[in-house]
Every structure is written in C-alpha cells, then in structure tokens.
Design a protein around this ligand. Structure first.
Ligand code: GDD
Ligand code: MN
Length: 400
C-alpha cells in the first residue's frame, strides 16, 4: 500500500495530528473527511471544489481518499490537491480488502482529527453537509451523526430506479428488524454518509465487508449517543454506481456475520437454515417416489438433498469466513457424515429415553430432536469449521 501526503500540513497543520493535543487554547473541532473511491476520476475535482466551498475556515479539515481504482483516479487526486485550501491525501490500496467498508476503515485509521466524516466520492452525498454533521455532533455531544434519507427533510431523490428504491427499503427494514436495539435512533442504517468521533471507533473490532460500513460501526463499536441530520441523496455527478447483485449477496453475508457473532445466535441461524432444508428434502422425496422408488431408499436419498442444501447455505452465509481451515472436499464429507449420523442416532436415542428414562414417546422424540440438533450444531462447528489442532498444540489456533 502506498501512503502519500500530497500537501502535508497545508494551513500550517500537520496532516496527522500529534497524539497529545496542546492544552490551551482549546482547539475548535477538526474533521477528517474519508472518501472511498473506485474509479471516480470524473468526480474528484467537483467533490473537492464543493468541499472547499462548504467547509468554513474555522473548521480545520483534511481529506483522505482511500482508493482501490484501476483507472487514473489517484493521479487526478494528486493533480487536484495543490488547489485545495486543506491537506488532501490519497492512500491507494493494491488489494481492495473488504471493499468499500475496508477502505473506510483504512481511512479512519489514517485520520488525524477528532471527527471523521465518511462521504462518497461521486457527490451523491452533498459535501455542503459536512460542517452541519460535525456541528450537530458537538452540540448534541453525540458520538455518531448519521445523514439520513429517511428522516423528515431527507430524501432519496438520486437513487436510480424503482428497483434500487425497493431493495434499499427492504434492506433497511430487515436490518432494523435484526438489530432493533443497536440501531435505535438510526432511521437510515444503510447510509454511507455520517460523522463519527474517532474516540468511538475501535478499528480492531471491525470486520468490514462491502458497502454497509455504518451498520458495521453501529453494531460492533456501539457509539454512545446518536444524532441524525436529514439529507437529499443527489444524482451522481459523473460515472456509474459500483453496486452490483454480487454486492447484494455480500451484504446478506455481512448481516449474517454481524448477527451471529454470539454462539446462541449462530445456533438459531443454523436451525433456521436446517428448517429450510425440509423443502428440497420433501421435494426430492416426492419426485423419487413418484418415479417409482420404494419410500425407504427414497427417504435416504432425499435426505441427501436436504443435507446438500443446508451445506451450501451454511457455507455461503454462516461459515463463509471459516472455510479456510479445511479443503472443501474434507468439509463436504465431514458435514455429510454428521448430518446423516443425526438420522441414525435419533431412533436409538428415542428408544433409550423411553426404555431407560420412562419418557412417553412424544416428549422423548421432541427431546431427541433437540439433543441431536444441538449435537449437530456443536459437531459442525467443531469438526468442520474450527482450525485443526496441530500436533503438540494444546490450544487450537485463534478462530476468526
Ligand atoms: N475504495 C473503494 N473500494 N471504494 C469503493 C469501492 C471499493 O471497492 N466500491 C465503491 N467504492 C466507492 C465509490 O467509488 C463511491 O465513491 C462510493 O464508494 C459509493 O459507491 P457507489 O457505487 O456510488 O454506491 P451507491 O451510490 O450505489 O450507494 C452509496 O450510497 C448509499 C446511500 O447513502 C453507498 O454509500 C451505500 O452504502 C449507501 O447506502
Ligand atoms: Mn453513488
């Protein structure tokens, strides 16, 4: 990664503030504007011009671009920087780890000011709002100020097309439903435009993945008080959106990852995915028996469809970043063994509960279902997705 300060310390202020601020006189709030960019060369000058027009001289400011471009965006930034009344830095990453969210976290790490404003590089987030975001934070003593499209006075005017609007609405609703407490007071958790106090960010606690960095910050870093400022999501100045269907899948994975940080939540998602496996299981059973297969072998074959379905969903959503510890063939085999052992074990377990412990058949069956489910969850985590122990290791390696 190359980190270069094109205009270090313009306005007589170093690009990164010393860790100990001078005791007197009290400094006014300062802001680092973090702008993630991916092929935005046509927007840079406009963005910097509008930022320079909006930020008053009394608000010390620096702009940090975190760039993953494959075009000449970094050169355009370097060429435009000397015309700006504030320091402009570009951090170009050779590998776009974590996408947009990863870039923002890099920018936050490099930020020198107490306030960080995260803003897109295509002028859809009006730079004129930067001073108001910081002023609102100072006035309300908030740790996070969200620029919201969904609060009175805000609008999503520039969101292209009915399809994008519907997706954005559904995603907002789903996210708010999944994190009712952590997102209290945030009407637009999907916003990419916000101000956060540097002291509220624990960068090491973050695992950014794609677009929704505000959600990541709100859920994992839990900033104290939250304030909101309405904003109008404008049309793009130049170029086109980088958001794709693939980005949508990444978002779902991000949601599941955030929601399942605790084992109990993980177990619930594991169970929901398991329930959804009934559908392919029953469909296959229907097809096989309709094709004339005897129902007993058909049960066994159909079960494999459910197992395969569960495996694919778990791999994509729940255990996506834990797959690296074993080869995929190894994981598939282990998963299939555990899933089928469940079937084989359940009947003797029910017999044991009835004969030895005197349970009636129904409670015994229910209890056996619960026991085998918990065993299957624990077994899948431990035997398929935890790092292997190396010989002589007393503790398995750090799990991520
Ligand atoms: N560094 C980096 N790396 N920047 C990226 C990447 C990446 O992989 N992908 C996108 N960007 C940059 C773009 O260059 C742009 O400056 C900004 O991130 C937003 O990307 P867009 O592609 O323009 O996103 P959008 O307009 O569809 O959605 C934006 O606004 C929404 C409403 O506030 C995003 O900020 C969404 O997260 C947000 O919900
Ligand atoms: Mn955009």
């Amino acid at each position: 990664m190359s980190h270069e300060s094109t205009v270090p310390g313009a306005l007589g202020r170093p690009a990164v503030r010393p860790s100990k601020p001078p005791a007197v006189p009290p400094e006014p709030a300062a802001v680092t504007i973090v702008v993630p960019t991916f092929n935005e060369s046509g927007n840079i000058r406009q963005l910097l011009r509008r930022t320079a027009e909006s930020v008053p001289a009394r608000l010390p400011c620096e702009v940090v671009f975190v760039d993953d471009s494959t075009d000449d965006t970094p050169d355009v930034i370097r060429a435009a920087a000397p015309d700006c009344p504030f320091p402009v830095t570009v951090l170009h990453r050779d590998e776009p780890v974590g996408g947009l969210g990863g870039a923002v976290v890099e920018g936050i790490r490099a930020a020198g000011a107490d306030w960080i404003v995260v803003m897109d590089g295509d002028c859809q987030h009006p730079p004129s709002l930067v001073p108001e975001l910081v002023a609102t934070g100072e006035r309300t003593k908030a740790g996070l100020v969200v620029a919201s499209r969904y609060t009175r006075g805000g609008s999503r005017a520039g969101l292209a097309g009915g399809y994008r609007v519907a997706v954005s609405r559904a995603a907002t609703w789903l996210t708010k439903a999944l994190f009712p407490r952590r997102l209290r007071g945030i009407s637009d958790p999907m916003s990419g435009f916000f101000a956060i106090r540097r002291a509220e960010v624990t960068a090491d606690a973050l695992k950014p993945l794609g677009y929704k960095i505000l959600l990541e910050l709100a859920v994992r870093d839990r900033p104290g008080t939250v304030a909101e400022v309405p904003f109008v999501f404008e049309e793009r100045f130049a170029g086109e959106s980088k958001s794709t269907a693939r980005e949508g899948l990444r978002f779902l994975r991000h949601l599941v990852g955030l929601r399942t940080a605790a084992p109990l939540a993980r177990m619930i998602v594991f169970g929901l995915i398991g329930l959804s496996g009934f559908v392919p299981n029953l469909a296959a059973l229907w097809a096989l028996t309709a094709a004339g297969m005897h129902y007993l072998p058909a049960e066994i074959v159909a079960n494999q469809f459910g197992v395969a379905w569960n495996f694919l969903l778990l791999e994509r959503l729940l255990f996506h970043d834990r797959r690296r510890h074993r080869h995929w063939a190894d994981r598939t085999l282990r998963f299939a063994l555990i899933a089928n052992a469940d079937l084989v074990l359940r009947i003797p377990l029910i017999a044991l509960l009835v004969a030895q412990f005197g349970l009636a058949v129904l409670p015994a069956t229910a209890l056996a279902l619960v026991i085998t489910f918990v065993l299957r969850f624990a077994g899948t985590e431990a035997l398929v997705y935890l790092p292997r122990r190396r010989r002589g290791d007393r503790h398995p390696r750090q799990v991520s």
